[in-house]
Design a protein. Structure first.
Lengths: 381, 381, 381
């Protein structure tokens, strides 16, 4: 095994097999594969590994939709505090949202990708898509793409903006500010919704997918138009740069779009979920068991109109065990387009963070996660 | 390329590639393939082609479920006029419909294939299935095959009758009369719900599918019984001729069952959708953008209990972009069993009509549509 | 054909082809395949066959989830009597059920696998899983695994307990007692929810699956963890014996868990469904046509969160024609894990019972059923 595929970093006693599996993944991926893998059990970091050129344990990359986990954690905290009520209409908090037949949509439904506002009819410019408040203002005026109550679809670039607007209207602070104050700063997590200038030196640009000709053909066969629902949801009905490049623009990293604009290391990803369910650094878990159960409870099941295949969602969070059924049913988290994945399993106490720099094929979810999760689960189960 | 596979007719400058693709389709289909292809952009006819033996640009054939587009257009016009309210109970307009637990079903739900009345427990005779008012009277008395609110399924032969009865009860005119007066006659469209005697000479009988032995085996493996939900929905629980032959009976063409009894050319199909969204012949679009958006909005998503696979529907109209995602998300239309297909994409202004005489394998939707739509989209996008 | 694969027993004139197909199935299965096949038409037993070592026409085996048919039949009788109202809240009958957001769940929803209580967070011991009242008490306190109203999933081991508790609260008798008094005893059916000591001598233990290496690999690939929703639903999050062995424990046979604890012969299975829809032994059908239609009406359609694939359910009963579309749409029944299958088709008057001793691959539903049903249907249609 070459040096390039020998993971650096540490594992706790008993987790040697996880390091081996990560090494095997790196060998199979080959090329310039660069990734980080971190796991906690019961609030203790038991795996802290990285592999590949340029990357270190404290390197930061764009984590795309793994950002959403941070957004949902803020929502969960505010629900836990009694500040937000899941069974209130969104329009109660945000009157403009009532337009075009959306007056009865509940916060609970908004969170579970049921509001039908997956993108803007006319697309967003780069500056617009970077700024959650601009996104929210635009979508408030819009007709849902499906009849509320009949369907759901992944609000890929905008769910954080929609939830964030409710947060802002209710508390006078942005979702990003809440995240910084209540989650990131207290634990000094490397997980940013809005990357400070002074951490920029640790940021590694996202690298594009390198599909084989066969993979390229497969992607082409599944291609959809910019004006399809999936095209709109990924803002391809605009002149903005493609989703895949967004984290490479400073304006996106600075504003920290809460759907896809987060920047983190695997330590940051896993650390956030560990703090959510476990005592970490002497602090009690951020979420009470009841809050975890409420947000992990399945809310949407079936054909996702944007993803164009079967999906399940909790309150925003992906219900990870439907994809990786070796995990406990209440496992909640999120992955990102380049292949990042993060979650917590409250049953076993496992928290997981995985990050890769170059887009994997076929994109979210990274196929590595299944192997790495099975290796971890074999130790913790 | 033989003469038989060289399309006749005209295309506007820039659309030569569409003629070429249609020629390629004809060559691939071979045999006695006979079809018409017409497209409008912004109300202007840009493609007007036909190919194959016996057929001409003004030939008429049975268009099966493409008829439904005419039915839904009438419903949309009456909603736009304020005559029908989508959120009223069907039983408000049609009291007998309230029987057997159907009292709360909304017009909106009826239109989106949610009422559970996909056919008659005891089947329809040929004369009955030809006559929408007879169909409606029978179904009003019936228990839904599924619990209202829990599911949907394609009301293949009867949705037009059910919607039509609401129209008749409300306006004192049949859906067919409204279509003739407001849509067909003003534009002199070759799209008939009720073919006048004097146009019969242009009608070409529908020809049956000619499956290969392999295709025959595939069809046999998927065969369902006459008393299954799919069997009932295609009226196979009766002594009537099979769906495939219905347009070949004068009584069906004369009565113009608004679900499957329409007769049209591709010019008629595309022309109707052009008139719906664009200025045509100096007349303003039949539908306002808000009406289009309301009827194209997705209302049913998931497993269609009749089709036995994933489907999506708007308000009656098929949400075409879920099948052909190169198109805009609001594309609305319908296809028919022999392979006809028609729609409008309000985003690009494209209207499409395709008609083939002989049933293609495996039936709706015609595989040609994907190729032809891609060729058109490459020009208009 | 060896003696072992020549079915014993009788068929009525005209059903010889069914015996032949059963013989062909036995030959294909080979090994120690032991099974029973019984059918009624219009209340008359027309097929009464068995094949294989040790088994006779009156042998009894664990029928696993075919037990549920008995539970639903009791519910249907009590609804028919006006004792239970499908549109009442479960909590009306059973106040403790209201806990954790379940106060609005209707009896209709409970029956159609929508309540989200597919198992216990902490699993059940063998003694607990044998006893429906213990199961019910535990689940009443629990939070649903999904948001009520958004999804459904197979309540594999507990649906009978949940329905049974409503029965007990309402009538002061257990579901098992109702079944004995109203169904089993009057017809002297060999179908027991609680096997009396004096019938034990006819019980054959259930034998485990014998997968080939390829089948073993397929099962391993689909394996899910004990804490996944599917794992919880099959009580694998406990130290109890696996589902596959439950009928081999006397406590399970004695208590007669109404979800999976039934013991029957194919005569008992088919006889129960015959009594449900037909005059048998001079008694009128147990269920009126309206009750049959209400319980066969489809209530849940889509992705089953436990089975992890597409399913449909009526009011508890499996809507058999979605799986075997040669049958009539209102066919209602249930199958069991080892491969038993039983149903009635009110359209043709066919009642069907099939039982096999050794688990087949891949478990429910037995692939034999399709062949045997087609053979029967060819005679009765």
């Amino acid at each position: 095994m070459s040096t390039e595929t020998s993971p650096q970093g540490t594992v706790a006693a008993g987790f040697e097999s996880v390091r081996e599996e990560f090494a095997a993944v790196a060998a199979d991926e080959g090329g310039d594969y660069a990734a980080q893998l971190v796991a906690y059990v019961a609030g203790q970091r038991v795996v802290d590994l990285w592999v590949g050129p340029e990357i270190g344990g404290d390197s930061l990359t764009g984590v795309f939709s793994s950002s959403k986990g941070a957004a949902y954690l803020v929502a969960a905290l505010l629900v836990q505090d009694g500040v937000l009520d899941l069974d209130r209409q969104v329009s109660h908090y945000w009157p403009e949202f009532a337009a075009e037949g959306k007056q009865d949509i509940l916060l609970r439904e908004l969170l579970s990708h049921r509001a039908g506002l997956v993108g803007a009819d006319s697309g967003f410019s780069l500056e617009e898509i970077a700024d959650d408040r601009v996104i929210a203002a635009r979508l408030a005026a819009q007709r849902p793409y499906w009849r509320p109550g009949t369907a759901f679809g992944y609000h890929a670039l905008v769910i954080g903006a929609l939830v964030g607007e409710v947060v802002w209207r209710t508390t006078g602070k942005t979702l990003q500010e809440h995240f910084e104050e209540r989650v990131r700063a207290p634990y000094d997590l490397d997980f940013y919704l809005g990357l400070p200038e002074d951490r920029e030196s640790r940021f590694l640009t996202t690298l594009p997918m390198r599909p084989t000709p066969e993979q390229q053909a497969e992607l082409a066969a599944a291609a959809v138009g910019p004006e399809s629902l999936s095209g709109i949801a990924s803002n391809r009905n605009s002149d903005a740069p493609p989703l895949e490049e967004l984290p490479n623009f400073r304006v996106v990293r600075e504003k920290g779009n809460a759907s896809v604009g987060g920047v983190a290391s695997a330590r940051g990803l896993a650390g956030m979920y560990a703090a959510a369910i476990s005592e970490v650094d002497g602090r009690p878990p951020l979420l009470k068991p009841d809050t975890v159960a409420a947000f992990a409870q399945i809310h949407s099941v079936g054909y996702d109109l944007v993803i164009r295949q079967h999906k399940t969602y909790g309150l925003g969070f992906a219900t990870i065990a439907d994809t990786y059924p070796v995990l406990g049913q209440a496992t909640f988290g999120h992955g990102g387009a380049a292949g990042s994945q993060a979650f917590a399993d409250p049953r076993s106490g496992l928290s997981y963070g995985y990050n890769r720099r170059r887009f994997g094929f076929p994109g979210l979810p990274a196929v590595q996660t299944e192997r790495l999760v099975k290796a971890l689960q074999a130790v913790v189960a």
